[in-house]
Design a protein around this ligand. Structure first.
Ligand SMILES: Nc1ncnc2c1ncn2[C@@H]1O[C@H](COP(=O)(O)OP(=O)(O)OP(=O)(O)O)[C@@H](O)[C@H]1O
Ligand SMILES: [Mg+2]
Length: 113
C-alpha cells in the first residue's frame, strides 16, 4: 500500500489500544485486511462494549465537551481517533466505525495502493 509506515503503525496502535480498553478479559480483538478494487481495507474488530449511534456520530470530530463523561470514565484524553482520522486523510485514506452497543465495534479504514 502507499502510505507512511510510521503513520500506519500509529493508526493501528491507537485503534487497538481503544479496543483493549473497551473489551473485557477473555474477549476477542482481530485485525484483518482485504483488497477491494484499488484499495486495501483494514478492519480492527472487537466484541467489547460497543457504542451507541450517538457516540459513533461524534468520535471523529472534536466533541470534548459532550463526550467528556465517557472519556473521563476510561481515562482517555479523547484525541486518539481525531489524530487517526487526520493521519489517514493526509495519506489519502478514510476511516469509519460499525458498532452495536453491548456487542462490539469494528473500525475500518482504507488506503489506496
Ligand atoms: N473499540 C471501542 N469500543 C467502544 N468504544 C470505543 C472504542 N473505540 C473508541 N471508543 C469510544 O470513542 C471515544 C473516543 O476514542 P479516542 O481514542 O478518540 O479517545 P480516548 O481513547 O478516550 O482517549 P485517547 O485515545 O486520547 O487516550 C472513546 O472515549 C470511547 O467512548
Ligand atoms: Mg483512544
Amino acid at each position: 500500500m502507499y502510505a507512511d509506515g510510521k503513520m500506519l503503525l500509529s493508526v493501528i496502535q491507537n485503534i487497538v489500544s481503544n479496543a483493549l480498553k473497551h473489551t473485557k478479559a477473555g474477549g476477542n480483538i482481530s485485525i484483518s485486511a482485504k483488497k477491494k478494487e484499488d484499495k486495501i481495507i483494514v478492519e480492527i474488530k472487537d466484541n467489547g462494549s460497543g457504542m451507541s449511534k450517538e457516540i459513533q456520530d461524534q468520535i471523529f470530530t472534536p466533541q470534548m465537551h459532550r463526550l467528556s463523561e465517557v472519556r473521563k470514565e476510561n481515562k482517555g484524553a479523547g484525541i486518539g481517533l481525531l489524530l487517526v482520522k487526520g493521519f489517514l486523510e493526509k495519506n489519502g485514506g478514510e476511516i469509519w466505525v460499525e458498532s452495536v452497543e453491548g456487542e462490539g465495534s469494528s473500525f475500518l479504514f482504507y488506503f489506496t495502493y
